[in-house]
Design a protein around this ligand. Sequence first.
Ligand code: 5RP
Length: 227
Amino acid sequence: MSDLQKKNAGEAAAAYVEAGMVVGLGTGSTAAWFVKALAARNLPDLRCVPTSERTADLARELGLTLSTLEDTPRIDLTVDGADEIGPGLALIKGGGAALLREKLVWEASARCICIADAAKVVPALGTFPLPIEVVAFGHKTTANRIADVLADHDIAAPARVREAERGLIRTDGGNLIYDAACKLIADPARLAADLKSLTGVVEHGLFLDLTDLAIIGTDEGVETINP
Ligand code: 5RP
């Protein structure tokens, strides 16, 4: 059952945190288990940098001390979930629309642990639609440029703007999310570089060469994967 697996992964990751650390808190249902387990440990002198407003709300509710990247630009350890975990611990993230703040926190971290249920481990990235954060101004023209890049990667379907009943989804930074149904990302590094080069694209959900350890929850406990 995936929620038990997420819980097992989150709780196992909390054991990696030591007193006095600056800890990056990820976003999503698996990261929430980590935040709860971390708060339960009641370690002294922790400072936590959340990757989204909703994680900040949860951490505050649980009594964790919050900080910001401005006040604590060097993070000891970040623990966060993922939408897909591919070969070499290449990830797709951003299902929860927090990819920009997540990547800023991950890149400021000495160590990053990815936590997930077993279904997130895949032989190749691309089944989960790749989230791409885009500036709202002129977003349809940016989407055309994204479609050109995707076509160059043999991805025929254009990216679709993420929306809910109440309208377009906005990230914590006020941007929009486009989801690209890639099906198969043959060359994640080249796609990451090509998307990043587009005006109007703020960030994409490919997290490459950033994960130091993956903790995968199983029904019985956890398994770990090194890059
Ligand atoms: C949020 C993320 C999440 O980590 C990812 O979507 C996984 O979420 P969950 O743990 O709920 O399955 O990248 O932007």
